[in-house]
Design a protein around this ligand. Structure first.
Ligand code: 5GP
Ligand code: ZN
Length: 117
C-alpha cells in the first residue's frame, strides 16, 4: 500500500533500526541522520517515515508530512548553526538520485556554487 515500508529500501531499513545511522533529529513523521558520504562539512538527510519514491510523489500523497519534512530541515539547519545552507531533492537517476525513498539533503558549512553540477 502507498507509504508502507519497503523491504528492499535502505532508508526504510534505517528507520527500522536495521541499518545503523547517526541520527540527529526524529519526529513522529520524520527522521534526520548524517549522510554516510558527506559532500559538505554538514550533510544531513531528512526523510519521511513513510515510503514514497521521491519528493513530488510524497507531496502529492502527504502534504502535511511534506511540510513536516521542510520544517525539520530548518530545525536541523538551526541546530547545526548553519546561516546558509542548500536544500536538495535529487529526483530521478539522471539528477543523481540513488535512493528511491524521498529525502532532503541539507548541505552547509562551506561556500556553494551556482549553477550546481
Ligand atoms: P541521492 O543520491 O539519492 O540523492 O542521496 C542518497 C544519499 O544517501 C547519498 O548522499 C548517500 O551518500 C547516502 N547514503 C547511501 N547509503 C547510506 C547509508 O547506508 N547510510 C547513510 N547515512 N547514508 C547513505
Ligand atoms: Zn523506504
Amino acid at each position: 500500500m502507498a507509504g508502507e515500508a519497503q523491504a528492499d529500501c535502505l532508508f526504510c531499513k534505517i528507520i527500522a533500526g536495521e541499518v545503523p545511522a547517526t541520527v540527529v533529529r526524529e519526529t513522529d513523521t520524520t527522521y534526520a541522520f548524517r549522510d554516510i558520504n558527506p559532500q559538505a562539512p554538514t550533510h544531513v538527510l531528512v526523510i519521511p517515515k513513510v515510503h514514497y519514491a521521491d519528493a513530488a510523489t510524497l507531496a502529492a500523497a502527504e502534504p502535511q508530512i511534506t511540510a513536516d519534512l521542510l520544517r525539520e530541515a530548518g530545525e536541523v539547519a538551526a541546530e547545526e548553526k548553519l546561516e546558509s545552507y542548500r536544500l536538495v531533492f535529487n529526483t530521478g537517476s539522471g539528477a543523481g538520485q540513488t535512493v528511491f525513498h524521498a529525502h532532503a539533503h541539507i548541505l552547509g558549512g562551506r561556500g556553494m556554487q551556482w549553477p550546481p553540477g
